[in-house]
Design a protein around this ligand. Structure first.
Ligand SMILES: [Zn+2]
Length: 276
């Protein structure tokens, strides 16, 4: 199994540590932060990374495209790391670009391997054979999802029903439209975390909070559907606008804010019957 585990220092607000790279694989398909952290919480970051292995030759795209939102969720990994610190919670981060294969899609979703993304045609994805698709699934997609499932299995074996928190980010301008939201809370059928989190964030009149905006949380086969809806675990997806978290300071500020809002909600959740 290609993986990296790291345990960051316990102090809130510090760097979560340098990834201890293995000699075998400096770019594992996932990284686990704080594996010994609070098992009542699991944070995941589907679009943490913009890495594509060199043999893909940037999928035929100019390297500059990999700094854009089409390749990853800008700032989301930094928020995830800081949130993992503040909540002392384990986190699983993807180690590959969504342009290679998108872990936040069902395995039969037509956008699993994107041919076109926000105006950019992706030449290396135009003709993906069954064998190549299978290679991307077994080499990247599946190990990432297996890592999440394994963390949940460990918690449940200890009699704990963890809360899943998924961290994403969205581009401030999409198809020429400016997006007003600072943060969006996405959910499908389970409002146990999303409902109180939206209420808490909306207490700040300065903040524009999306309720299933800028995207809907009702995507069959996505990560929350797979690991949350289908397992019955309480879950929420948090989307942050990229211009607010594209610096380490901005990411940390938002992680701290989210941790402060989430802590009482998570405490109530773990005190209820669901955690038994
Ligand atoms: Zn995302």
């Amino acid at each position: 199994m290609r993986s990296v585990e790291e345990n960051s220092p316990p102090e809130a607000g510090t760097e979560s540590g340098v990834v201890s790279q293995t000699a075998r694989d400096p770019h594992p398909p996932f990284t686990v932060l704080r594996p010994q952290g609070d098992p009542r919480i699991l944070i995941i970051c589907d679009h943490a990374c913009n890495y594509v292995p060199p043999e893909y030759d940037n999928l035929g795209l100019p390297a500059t495209e990999f700094h854009r939102h089409i390749a990853w969720d800008i700032g989301a990994a930094d928020v995830t790391r800081a949130l993992s610190d503040y909540l002392d919670a384990p986190a699983v981060l993807s180690g590959f670009s969504r342009l290679l294969i998108d872990p936040n899609r069902g395995s039969d979703d037509p956008t699993l391997v994107m041919k076109l993304s926000d105006g950019a045609i992706i030449p290396g994805n135009r003709h993906v054979s069954e064998a190549e698709l299978s290679h991307r699934v077994t080499g990247f997609y599946q190990p990432y999802h297996d890592a999440i499932a394994e963390r949940l299995r460990i918690a449940r074996a200890a009699g704990i029903a963890p809360v899943l928190i998924s961290v994403h980010s969205f581009t401030p301008v999409f198809h020429g439209h400016e997006r007003p939201w600072h943060v969006g809370i996405l959910w499908d059928r389970d409002a146990r975390i999303a409902g109180p989190l939206i209420d808490a964030l909306r207490r700040d009149p300065q903040l524009c909070v999306g309720d299933n905006a800028p995207y809907s949380g009702e995507l069959v086969g996505d990560s929350m559907n797979r690991h949350g809806t289908n397992t019955g675990l309480a879950h929420v997806l948090i989307e942050l606008r990229q211009d607010l978290i594209d610096t380490p300071e901005g990411a940390r500020r938002w992680a701290k804010r989210l941790a402060g809002e989430l802590q009482p909600i998570l405490a109530r959740q773990s005190a209820g019957p669901v955690g038994e």
